[in-house]
Design a protein around this ligand. Structure first.
Ligand code: NAD
Length: 729
């Protein structure tokens, strides 16, 4: 909607929509402001793009236009394109997607080509499309809150509205390659250093300073035409220079991104091809690169993870509205997990009491927290004040008195049902009646543990992963009697601790371990049939994309822990998880090859002469495995992947069908955050959807001779016949 408001003979408001307004603020000077009526942030959705285009057309019609300042009415400039809306463009035929990009570029070019100087006043986030909008202006001034950059390659795509064209021309190829291929968020001072912005000022000075610069340009004190011409011109680098700089950048990108993530390399080659071309030809190359990436399974998976993450955050926000306050927490047990939990709660501003039965454990728990903080201090991530504050938030105790008045308790004592039941009953008798009690057990039934409590409605599982400060997931386990208020409060507390909470229903292994152990079972069967564990690890890491292969993972989990968890799952799901013969995990466990914790498992662990950790396939392990394996034989890479992944996929589907996990989104997020499922595959459900449910069922059917773990569910068969997917149920 375009409005002319007459104020004492002078037009002040020229255009206004729900997202963009254009006003005269001084003689000939116009402010184009992004200020979405709905929501707390500005983003480029279809409506904003249309308004931007209308606003530019209005500007083009102003005969007395002398300068334009682009601003935001929000605390962030523009957070980026609205991915939930634009994903539909990705699904459109390539030509349609390409036409859409061209039309946005036409709009953007019209702003860049306005017949007067322009400046963007940048506050808060200006990411992706938001940053691309600022690049249209002749000058950019930011305040100290500004954070700018191109996160697109993290989503498997690349900037598509001129970012790969304008940024290299502005800050040079080397800097632009780093910004775009590493998807870095850059603070104002870093942006100033490389020339992505022209000045930084305090937030209260931003608008006024932007207008001053614009007035200097209008007055001819700044040569804005020359500035603009340089930004639009091809980069004048010699062929040799260009070859050298791009070939070393390619090596770096290939090493960092790896073969599973094509976006950074595609962005790089587009820049390489386009830097010597005019703006329009360069934009055409960018469009081609963008379309190619948007059509990949990787982009779909990475965008899927982004959307799933938003969903988890949304769930936590909803939970926070129903949650009671957690101002003081307690953790029982100061071991590996207790120490990590105490650190995590304290570092996110919830004071925590750590209780153990011996002082030495408390000292160790506190040392663990100090060690994490020292590392961060050394890397300048925190200062001394933050470190002191976090440590002050942790108090230690050997008695229950200090726990009397806490709002929540996390039990993290040894994994023994009797000890846990006793400890839970003890602590319940000390805390307030409204306090919540949780257990960090990894294998004991929450419903069983709840039997030792008088108030089972105030009890649930809160399963963290090791190391707590690094692993983003917390699995919250609802028992039969857990109240929804308890769940909401624990979800909100988990989110406040900086974790991504997923809520699951109680069953053996809960969700994460229940789906992990069939995968490890598939691996153990493969080894029993004569596969080489080093080769399996190599395929599952390099080809499938797991951060570590199954043998190495077992060494990290610990063979004693894995052996115990396997037994719990075998008891819970005997039809498909009970062992028919002794396997490699039993063999390792029996001879005390526990893995990393005692430096010997499938691999031997040592330290080289430079003090670096060294890992080598253990000859002793090979000898031992002969006692539980058939003659060694080669398996194709596809077979290794199928035999390990099929059991995990089917078990994940069972968890959804049995309502252990509520949605494919939460399942996939849990797998990515809790187990390191390859992000470029998006999680199990994204993986089956990409392959096609029918294709998966056909593959699984060809392995049913290996046992029940390979038999798909009726639900999967129905889905295969119906031709539907898990994400669009
Ligand atoms: P740990 O052996 O390192 O620590 C257990 C601590 O509990 C010890 O310090 C011990 O002194 C203390 N403790 C024993 N009885 C106690 C009592 N009555 N009151 C207070 N403290 C008592 O064990 P951990 O690895 O930290 O595991 C703790 C829990 O977390 C277990 O249930 C485990 O299954 C679970 N868990 C462990 C991991 C992991 O990777 N280590 C991961 C997820 C969950």
């Amino acid at each position: 909607m375009s409005i002319d408001v007459i104020d004492e003979g002078k037009i002040i408001m020229i255009y206004k929509s729900n997202t963009v307004s254009v006003n005269y603020i001084k003689e000939g000077i116009v402010e184009l402001k992004f200020d979405a009526k709905e929501g707390s942030v500005n983003k480029f959705d279809q409506q904003t793009l249309q308004s931007f285009q209308d606003a530019i057309e209005t500007l083009q019609g102003l005969a007395d236009l002398k300068g334009v300042v682009m601003t935001s009415g929000k605390s962030a400039f523009i957070v980026g394109a609205d991915i939930t809306e634009f994903i539909t463009h990705f699904d459109a035929p390539a030509e349609q997607l390409s036409d859409w990009l061209k039309s946005v570029n036409n709009t953007f070019n019209c702003f860049e080509d306005l017949n007067c100087p322009t400046i963007a006043a940048v506050n808060g986030f200006a990411l992706g499309g938001g940053f691309e909008a600022t690049l249209l202006a002749d000058y950019r001034i930011a305040d100290t809150t500004a954070v700018i950059g191109f996160p697109e390659t993290k989503l498997g795509i690349m900037p598509g509205w001129g970012g790969t064209v304008r940024l290299p021309r502005l800050i040079g190829c080397d800097n632009a390659l780093i910004w775009i291929t590493s998807a870095t968020n850059n603070k104002a001072d870093e942006a100033l250093k490389v020339g992505a912005i022209d000045a930084v000022v305090a937030p209260e000075k931003l608008r006024e300073s932007a207008i001053e610069i614009l007035e200097d340009a209008i007055a001819g004190k700044l040569d804005w035409q020359a500035h603009r011409a340089k930004k639009q011109a091809p980069i004048g680098v010699s062929q040799i220079e260009s070859m050298m700089s791009f070939s070393s950048a390619k090596d770096m990108v290939a090493a960092k991104a790896g073969k599973h993530y094509p976006a950074p390399m595609t962005a790089l080659t587009c820049i390489e091809e386009s830097v010597t071309l005019t703006r329009d030809k360069a934009l055409a190359i960018e469009t081609k690169g963008f379309v190619k990436l948007a059509k990949t399974d990787v982009a779909r998976a990475l965008v899927g993870i982004f959307l799933n993450y938003q969903k988890i955050k949304g769930n936590a926000k909803v939970a926070a509205k129903k949650a009671s306050n957690i101002d003081q927490a307690a953790v029982l047990g100061a071991g590996i997990m207790g120490g990590g939990i105490a650190y995590q709660s304290a570092s996110k501003d919830t004071p925590i009491v750590m209780k153990d039965i011996n002082q030495a454990a408390l000292d160790l728990g506190l040392n663990e927290a100090s060690a994490i903080l020292f590392k961060q201090l050394k890397r300048k991530r925190i200062d001394g004040i933050k470190m002191a504050k976090v440590l002050n938030n942790i108090t230690t105790t050997l008695t229950y008195e200090s726990v009397n008045n806490v709002d929540i308790v996390i039990e993290a004592v040894v994994e023994n049902p009797k000890v846990k039941s006793t400890v839970l009953a003890e602590v319940e008798s000390h805390v307030r009646e409204d306090a919540i009690i949780t257990s960090n057990t990894s294998t004991i039934s929450i419903n069983e543990l709840a039997k030792s409590l008088k108030r089972p409605e105030k009890f649930c599982g809160m399963h963290f992963f090791n190391p707590v400060h690094q692993m983003p997931l917390v699995e919250i386990i609802r028992g039969e009697k857990t109240s929804e208020e308890t769940i909401a409060t624990v979800v909100a507390y988990g989110a406040k601790m900086g974790k991504s909470p997923i809520v699951v229903n109680d069953c053996p292994g809960f969700f994460i371990n229940r789906v992990l152990f069939p995968y490890l079972g598939g691996f153990a069967k493969l080894i029993s049939d004569g596969a080489d564990f080093v080769k399996v690890d190599m395929v599952m890491e390099k080809e499938f994309g797991w951060p570590m292969g199954p043998a190495y993972l077992l060494d990290v989990i610990g063979m004693d822990t894995a052996h115990h968890a396997q037994a719990v799952l075998a008891k819970g799901f005997p039809d498909r998880m009970a062992k028919v013969q002794k396997d490699s995990i039993d063999a390792m466990f029996e001879v005390g090859r526990y893995g990393q914790k005692n430096d010997k498992g499938f691999y031997n662990y040592s330290v080289d002469k430079h003090g670096r950790a060294k890992k080598g396939a253990a000859p002793e392990a090979y000898e031992l495995l002969k006692t539980v394996s058939a003659e060694s034989q080669d398996f194709s890479h596809d077979e290794m992947i199928a035999r390990t992944m099929i059991p995990m996929v089917i078990e994940t589907v069972r968890c959804l069908e049995e309502n252990i996990i509520a949605t494919p989104e939460e399942a996939d997020m849990g797998l990515v955050f809790g187990l390191g499922f390859p992000r470029f595959r998006g999680g199990v459900f994204q993986y089956i959807d990409t392959m096609g449910v029918a294709a998966f069922v056909k593959l699984a059917d060809s392995f049913t001779h290996l046992g029940e773990m390979y038999k798909v569910t009726d639900g999967m068969r129905q889905k295969a016949t119906a031709g539907t997917t898990y994400y669009n149920m």
